[in-house]
Design a protein. Structure first.
Length: 274
């Protein structure tokens, strides 16, 4: 079990493990023991430990408390105001790798922390022959993503969807992964407090039916995909039929893949040969 010692004689005594667990459990944290270990390992001083426990007890997501989220075996840096990558999105990464295992140009659109791009690059063997780009409209996300894709020589761009990307990528993208917001506007208020109160609205709100951004990405993808390249977007089971129609309407060959275990639904569109 991680333990802390006072940084100086004047420092307060560190909270014991049992006290941290008790505080987290009282706040309703289901996995209080696991969270306590992570917080204890992340805190550098007793004061920092107490502050971290307090932030978690008041509802800040654990990942934002400790400063990172685990995603497909990687430690992805996250910070307040940035969307925390979900485990179900690992399914999108797996499907991208299966659909385009030899892709050399990868784009992570609506990248948030850059977790998807980093995971794809790590699996495809970057740094190396992989050219990784990520983009987001939110400056906080861009700042965070730059930290996470730096080990893979990734470049991060600021802007609204494809407007952020350099023209040199047109017609060259093998994997275009877009973890777009897909919560209908009138359902954002029904999200768990950890998302609703601590993550940016732009990363959650997908418009009246949740598919506004998905439609925009599908409509523009053909300008950027290489022949045989793939667009992959996560959506919900309820929205999947409409999402498939949106893909097919742009000329992409579309299909749906589902993980019952992760409650994940990914629409995959493949461009034809030119």
């Amino acid at each position: 079990m991680p333990s802390l010692s006072p940084s100086s004689p004047a420092s307060p005594a560190p909270l014991p493990y049992d006290a941290v667990v008790a505080a987290l459990r009282a706040a309703g944290c289901v996995f209080a023991e696991d969270e306590a270990r992570l917080i204890l390992a992340a805190a550098r001083t007793p004061d920092e430990l107490a502050a971290m426990v307090d932030r978690r007890v008041t509802g800040l997501p654990l990942e934002l408390v400790v400063g990172w989220a685990e995603f497909r075996g990687l430690r992805i840096a996250v910070e307040p105001g940035v969307f925390v990558p979900r485990r179900r999105t690992e399914f999108l990464v797996e499907q991208a790798l299966a659909a385009a295992p030899e892709a050399t140009v990868v784009v992570d659109l609506c990248c948030g922390s850059g977790a998807v791009g980093a995971a794809l690059a790590a699996a495809l063997g970057s740094p190396g022959p992989i050219e990784l780009h990520a983009a987001d409209i939110d400056p906080a996300a861009v700042r965070c993503a730059r930290r996470n894709v730096a080990p893979y020589d990734g470049r991060v761009h600021t802007g609204d969807l494809f407007e952020a990307l350099p023209d040199s990528l047109r017609g060259r993208v093998g994997i275009l992964a877009a973890n777009v917001p897909y919560v209908p506007t009138d359902e954002v208020g029904l999200l768990p407090a950890e998302a609703r109160d601590h993550e940016p609205l732009v990363a959650l709100d997908g418009g009246p039916d949740g598919l506004d951004v998905l439609r925009r990405v599908a409509a523009g993808a053909h300008h950027w995909l290489a022949p045989g390249g793939c667009l992959l977007i996560e959506t919900s089971a309820r929205q999947a039929p409409t999402a498939l129609e949106a893909f097919a309407g742009t000329g992409l060959s579309a299909r749906l893949v589902v993980s019952e275990e992760l409650y994940a639904n990914v629409v995959i569109g493949r461009s034809g040969a030119r």
